[in-house]
Structure formats: structure tokens, C-alpha cells
Design a protein around this ligand. Structure first.
Ligand code: PEP
Ligand code: MG
Length: 330
């Protein structure tokens, strides 16, 4: 089994009909990059930078501390791309009590809909610019992509572009090296998925965060056990939003990936391949089993039977039948 997994690590993820698929890793700290390389990841699709900000007894990480962490991650990935997501604290990922009260980030009634992620970054502009400077400085040491969480408004994108321009000027003035960095946005609020063609004008790539997209589409708190049975990735509304997001991004020539839990669950690999997805990001430990599904998939056939799945009022059952070799929903 170990030898088989080791062999699998060096096998490129290519479908039976020759479609190349990127299997990237989700990491929380730079030290996780080693496990990503070990598992055969071809990049980091999601570096959850909030883990540098959590459990710190009051102070937030300085620009230099962040720069050191981001540089360590890109160096560990040896030339492969590293997608750094700006801080996504709030809701299920609270700051510790001291820095929280200092930043007036106290308990609120509905934290999942509160001042989290990019909303918090834009409310704390000097903190945001510090993080952007650290990310841009690290870009001189490897291939970095910048990813923004929880965007719901085009105005947020304009503010982000302004902040990036200002930070680039600051770095240039200070004689600090940096290279161009691709900008991407998370699709995890239904508004972002619904207005995707407009949002795409502001970005180079998108990454679909299915964990939050499901939560906000179905109004099911992902952390509330009382409604956990209603948290359903196969819900037709969820399946349609993901399918249309992938199709619209591809039609616009922008790269698209999925970095929520669905990407690492082999039960969804055929579905996502059929929708045209060619980039998945997941916990490193999930890469081998998703790769095995990719190696056995015929992407052209999955795409051909997908419309039947999307038309069904039970997409899960329809997919089970349609994605069987030789199966069809028609
Ligand atoms: C998501 O929402 O799917 C996602 C990847 O972000 P997080 O789980 O960190 O909220
Ligand atoms: Mg999320």
C-alpha cells in the first residue's frame, strides 16, 4: 500500500481522455507545505493565512513575521504556485479574546454574517496593507497568487485594487523587490456566484469555497449541529451555482478551482470534472484518493451526461446512475 501510494505521488493526474488536472493542497501554516509536496500536490491552492493571526495573546503578526512565513511556504513549494488567501477571521475562526476586544471584534449575534474576512481587512486598512506588503515581498521568492475571501460587492474589489496599487507604490519607493501577482476571488457568497461575469472583470482567477457557499445558499450554519442534516452539497441550488460558476469562469478564459471540502471528497470528483473543473485544492491527505478517481475518469463522457444530472430533482441519485461507466440519464 505504501509503495503504491508512493508511485501514485509521481503519477500526473490525467483523465483517461487526456485531460490534465491540478491537485493542489490547502495549508494552514508554512510547515504544512512539506506534507503537500510529499502528497504530490502541484501547488498550494489555499494558504489560510488567518492561522498566523489566531491564538496569539493580543498582538497580530507583523509585516516581517508574515513575510517570513509566506517566503517559507513558497520556498518549500520549490517553484510551484502558492495561493495565499488574505486573513479570514471571524465566524468559526475567531481571534483570541485580547486582540478581539482591542479591535472591537466582540461577540456579535450572527458572526457568519458579520465583520469577517475581507470586510474586516477593509475595516482595518493599515493591517490589510501590511499583509499585502508581506505577500508582495514574498513574491520575489516564488510564484505567489493572491486570493480574497468573502467578497460580495464590486465596491470591495475596487477598494482591493486601490490598496494593491498603493502597496506596490510603497514597495517601489522603498526599493523592495516584488513581481506581478495574480489576483483571485473566492466564490463563497451566492451574490458573488450570481454576478460572476461582473466580478471576473476585476480578477485573474476564482476559487469556489463550497463550505461557505453551501452555508449561505441554504442558510445552514456550517457549525450548528442542530441543522447539520440539512447541510447538503447535492442540493440542486448548490450544484447549479457551482456548475454555472465553473462554466462562466471558463467561458471568460479565467482559471477556476474549488477549494472547499467538496474538492477533497472523491464522491464529488466525477461531478466536478463533468462540470469542466480542472483544478482542485484539498487537505494533502486527500490527494491520493482524488487522484485515483481522476485517473479512472473519462472527462468527455462526464460532461456529456452532466445536463441530465443538472435537470434532475435528485442530482445525487442521477449522478450515481449517469456517472457509472456506460450509464446515462437520458
Ligand atoms: C470555503 O468556504 O469553502 C473555504 C475553503 O474557506 P473556509 O473553509 O476557510 O471558510
Ligand atoms: Mg470560506
Amino acid at each position: 500500500e505504501r509503495a503504491r501510494l508512493a508511485r501514485l505521488r509521481h503519477t500526473p493526474a490525467v483523465t483517461l481522455d487526456g485531460e490534465r488536472v491540478e491537485l493542489h493542497a490547502n495549508i494552514e501554516l508554512p510547515a504544512d507545505a512539506a506534507a503537500a509536496v510529499e502528497a504530490g500536490a502541484t501547488g498550494v491552492g489555499l494558504f489560510r493565512s488567518e492561522f498566523l493571526f489566531m491564538n496569539r495573546d493580543g498582538e497580530l503578526p507583523s509585516e516581517d513575521e508574515q513575510f517570513t512565513a509566506y517566503r517559507a511556504a513558497v520556498e518549500a513549494m520549490r517553484g510551484m504556485p502558492v495561493t495565499i488567501r488574505t486573513v479570514d477571521v471571524g465566524a468559526d475562526k475567531p481571534l483570541d479574546r485580547m486582540s478581539a476586544s482591542e479591535l472591537r471584534h466582540e461577540h456579535v449575534l450572527n458572526p457568519a454574517m458579520g465583520l469577517r474576512a475581507i470586510r474586516w481587512s477593509l475595516a482595518e486598512p493599515s493591517m490589510f496593507r501590511q499583509q499585502l506588503r508581506a505577500i508582495y515581498r514574498a513574491s520575489a521568492f516564488g510564484k505567489i497568487r493572491l486570493l480574497i475571501p468573502m467578497v460580495a460587492h464590486l465596491g470591495e474589489m475596487r477598494q482591493i485594487h486601490e490598496a494593491i496599487k498603493r502597496v506596490q507604490q510603497q514597495l517601489t519607493d522603498a526599493g523592495q523587490a516584488y513581481t506581478s501577482v495574480q489576483l483571485g476571488v473566492m466564490i463563497e457568497i451566492p451574490a458573488a456566484a450570481i454576478m460572476l461575469p461582473l466580478l471576473l472583470r476585476y480578477v485573474d482567477f476564482v476559487s469556489i469555497g463550497t463550505n461557505d457557499l453551501i452555508q449561505y445558499t441554504l442558510a445552514i450554519d456550517r457549525a450548528d449541529e442542530a441543522v447539520a442534516h440539512l447541510y447538503d452539497p447535492w442540493h440542486p441550488a448548490v450544484v447549479h451555482l457551482i456548475a454555472s460558476s465553473i462554466a462562466q469562469a471558463r467561458a471568460a478564459g479565467k482559471s477556476v478551482s474549488v477549494c472547499g471540502e467538496m474538492a477533497g471528497d472523491p464522491a464529488f470528483t466525477d461531478l466536478l470534472l463533468g462540470m469542466g473543473l480542472r483544478s482542485f485544492s484539498m487537505h494533502p491527505s486527500q490527494i491520493p484518493s482524488v487522484k485515483q478517481r481522476v485517473l479512472r475518469a473519462d472527462a468527455g463522457r462526464l460532461a456529456a451526461v452532466l445536463p441530465g444530472v443538472l435537470e434532475s430533482d435528485d442530482p445525487q441519485k442521477a449522478a450515481e446512475l449517469a456517472f457509472l461507466p456506460g450509464g446515462s440519464t437520458r
